[in-house]
Design a protein around this ligand. Structure first.
Ligand code: 5GW
Ligand code: MN
Length: 314
């Protein structure tokens, strides 16, 4: 009786304190707000027509998600490219990731750059490492764009096989402002593009020329996905990068380049291979000061850049 009482008191006290408490040393139980069958966000869709969850603030409990995934001792590989002048983005990207990205999990960053010497020193937390891979200078942006999928494909084959459970591939001209955590893990994960989440599919900027392997007809398509972030299991992302690399090179051989390069091919891939989880535009927003009704929290954004100044000449 006394024991039961004290458990109850801890529970009540814990709930008052934080709303949630992990009773590891008492009963290995987790106490959290009861899931509600009938209530939830009604202003956004939380599931795709093929029943993949769409992750929005308000539809998951971070502490509960963490307690589930923590048990699996996961490693998240994360890749970014910083070629040419894009090395200037590395510091903010990594420092903000240290604050918000898979906090408490093992994270291994792989940075591909043509100038390792201009990568700033960033203090990494416990269980978080950065590997810098030097790659040859590429001056044509078409080559930078082409080479990303190929580099990722090779990294997964040669390096990651036994070293990571999941991988995310991110643009470097970005910054974290809010949690990006285990709620994003899944077999194949795509992010809904911040500018095209609320337009009819015939207005998506898919590749519309049938001569390209990335072609999607006006009456087809699910969502328009951002090229700046995708991920999933090693196996699924390997298949994605291999397929996109192949399709990009078939296009190149036919002297056609899809309107948004890898993003166009990624969108074609996701049309034919449906993601198992979709991230809302909270996970790739337009900028920290941009507002829109469904966006309750900005987790990850584009950083504004002067295209003429930063990109190599065409
Ligand atoms: C340069 C010229 C045109 C397009 C891309 C580049 C470029 C891209 C570059 O010179 N260096 C480089 O590291 N990148 C990598 O590709 C960065 O990781 C960058 O975040 C990613 C995608 O290119 P972005 O960010 O310029 O494309 P948008 O569509 O996000 O503006
Ligand atoms: Mn970008």
């Amino acid at each position: 009786m006394l024991a039961r009482h004290s458990v109850l008191m801890v529970v009540v006290f814990g709930m008052v304190l934080s709303g949630l408490i992990y009773l590891n040393n008492i009963q290995c139980r987790l106490v959290y707000k009861q899931p509600d069958v009938l209530a939830g966000r009604t202003d956004v869709a939380s599931v795709s027509p093929w029943s993949a969850p769409i992750i929005w603030e308000g539809n998951f409990d971070s502490a509960l998600i963490d307690s589930i995934y923590k048990q699996h001792n996961l490693t998240i590989a994360t890749t970014v490219f910083a070629m040419g002048k894009y090395t200037r983005f590395v510091k903010d990207f990594l420092e903000s990731a240290e604050e918000h990205y898979f906090v408490g999990f093992r994270v291994h960053f792989y940075l591909f750059t043509d100038q390792p010497e201009s990568v700033p020193e960033v203090k990494m937390g416990e269980n978080r490492t950065l590997t810098i891979q030097k790659v040859p200078v590429l001056n044509r942006w078409q080559d930078i764009s082409m080479s990303r999928m190929e580099k990722l494909e090779k990294l997964i084959e040669t390096e990651l096989a036994s070293k990571a459970d999941y991988i995310f591939c991110l643009d470097v001209d970005t910054k974290f402002y809010g949690r990006w955590g285990a709620e994003t893990l899944g077999r194949l994960v795509g992010v809904i593009h911040p500018y095209l989440y609320n337009v009819p599919r015939n207005q998506f900027t898919y590749e519309r020329r049938p001569a390209s392997k990335a072609y999607i007809a006006a009456e087809e398509g699910d969502y328009y996905y951002a090229g700046a972030a995708f991920g999933g299991s090693l196996e699924d992302v390997h298949h994605l990068t291999r397929t996109c690399r192949e399709q990009l090179s078939i296009d190149a051989a036919n002297s056609i380049e899809a309107v948004w390069q890898e993003e166009s091919h990624l969108n074609k891939y996701f049309l034919l291979n449906k993601p198992s989880k979709l991230l809302s535009p909270e996970y790739m927003w337009r900028g920290i000061s941009e507002q829109a009704a469904p966006i309750k929290i900005v987790r990850f954004t584009n950083v504004p850049k002067n295209y003429a100044e930063i990109r190599p000449n065409p």
